[in-house]
Design a protein around this ligand. Structure first.
Ligand SMILES: [Zn+2]
Length: 80
């Protein structure tokens, strides 16, 4: 009975029933199928949230620079 490798599905690929990679023809196909299975299993529904989703300036705290607060509020010039 001819066994077709589920990894590459190449009819010319040789799958050894007693081989270490059964039912795949090679280690590469076995790892590829395993990787695909893991990616599907660990996929999380919903859009991913990454650094790109944060709007520029949202955490911009440069205007809270302590050196500028005195100038903005005129601290140091009171009473003049
Ligand atoms: Zn294969």
């Amino acid at each position: 009975m001819k066994i077709t490798c589920p990894g590459c599905q190449d009819p010319s690929a040789t799958v050894k029933r007693e081989g270490p990679f059964f039912p795949f023809c090679s280690e590469r196909c076995r790892n590829g199928d395993l990787q695909k299975w893991l990616e599907e299993g660990y996929s999380v529904p919903g859009p991913p949230v990454g650094p790109g989703d944060i709007e520029p300036g949202q955490f911009d705290d440069t205007r809270f620079d302590p050196n500028d607060i005195g100038d903005d509020f005129g601290i140091g010039n009171l009473g003049n």
